[in-house]
Design a protein around this ligand. Structure first.
Ligand code: AHR
Length: 330
């Protein structure tokens, strides 16, 4: 009865929470007892939102992996708002779930709520995105891509593509959500890779919030202020797809008049790459579900998961996209 009250109170706080049974913390939470039966585990997952094709694929994959493993997954969609994620995490703490997993919408501002989880003896796993905290005891493991490497791969392609350019190359960056790890790191990696090439000139950089609408809107305005732009570096496929719409509406040919690099390699992005409208894509895999389940099981078994698990990823040229598309899972 006591637990029902806590769950009900927490549910009132939470936006978009689904799932039905409450967890009991204990063995999985503290690692100080016998492991629970896997089917008794309860995991609270706070997702960033549904801003992109990548995010939709990630949500689908995580839900499927937990259903396959017969682990109860409580899911909440933060609609790209940090305050919603904090509410969701507090609710999961009140419900005494066994493990909390979340993909932080932005990097900073997590110490207080993560300290609350720590005090409640509930292990936290970061998926996809990192937090910026001095205290790495606030989470057990971080599973996800190396976003700096992704930015570097994009920049290296740009340097190679324009190596014979006789004139300066105007580059415009479509940034992801301000303050988000992939936006910060992809900008850093790209800047690092192109810094030795004085031909490549960054003429502007603005956030499109990882959405197609954002990419389109920013590109429409940018084409007016920077009509001579040669290359767009988009931090994800959705913004690149929005940029393509804006470029075509302005009577130019994406992939030719203005080249485009993006990150993710979701099906729609890969189709645009195969169609010659995007020139290069750096893969960022959303398929994190099975590895997240493994981490939860390790915690339940009293093992210590690796602190940092980096996702394996590749890159795609237009020809490679044509070959890969038929088997693309997301
Ligand atoms: O954190 C991963 C990024 O978030 C993906 O590249 C992007 O599409 C998403 O919204």
């Amino acid at each position: 009865m006591k637990r029902f009250t806590a769950v009900a109170a927490a549910g009132a706080l939470l936006i978009g929470l689904t799932g039905c049974s409450g967890g009991a913390g204990g063995a999985a939470a503290g690692g100080d007892g016998e492991p629970k039966a896997v089917s008794d585990l309860v995991v609270g997952f706070s997702q960033v939102g549904a801003e992109s094709g990548w995010r939709t694929a990630n949500t689908k994959d995580v839900r499927a992996a937990f259903a396959d493993a017969d682990i109860d997954l409580k899911f909440s969609d933060a609609q790209q708002k940090q305050e919603n994620q904090i509410k969701a995490i507090r609710s999961y703490i009140q419900q005494q779930v066994d493990v909390i997993a979340f993909s932080p919408v932005v990097e900073t501002g997590w110490d207080a709520v993560l300290n609350e989880a720590k005090a409640a003896n509930i292990p936290v796993v970061l998926t996809d995105r990192a937090v910026d905290s001095k205290d790495d005891s606030l989470y057990v493991s971080f599973l996800g891509s190396d976003f700096i490497q992704e930015g570097k791969k994009a920049g290296e392609w740009a340097v190679e593509e324009f190596k014979d350019a006789a004139e300066p190359v105007e580059v415009y960056q479509l940034e992801g959500t301000t303050g988000a790890a992939p936006a910060i790191d992809r900008a850093e990696g790209f800047a690092d890779a192109i810094k030795g090439d004085s031909k490549l000139k960054m003429v502007g950089s603005q956030t499109g919030d990882f959405t197609r609408a954002g990419g389109k809107q920013v590109t429409e305005a940018m084409l007016k202020s920077n009509p001579g732009v040669d290359l767009i570096y988009a931090h994800n496929d959705d913004m690149a797809l929005g940029a393509i719409e804006a470029i075509e509406a302005a009577g130019k040919t994406p992939g030719k008049d203005i080249k485009i690099i993006s990150v993710d390699a979701v099906k729609d992005g890969m189709q645009a790459l195969a169609d010659g409208k995007i020139n290069y894509i750096v893969e960022c895999s959303p398929l994190l579900g099975k590895q997240l389940v493994d981490i939860v099981k390790q915690i339940n078994d009293g093992k210590t998961p690796e602190k940092r698990i980096v996702t394996e990823e590749t890159t795609f040229t237009q020809d490679q996209a044509v070959k890969a598309l038929p088997d693309r899972k997301y």
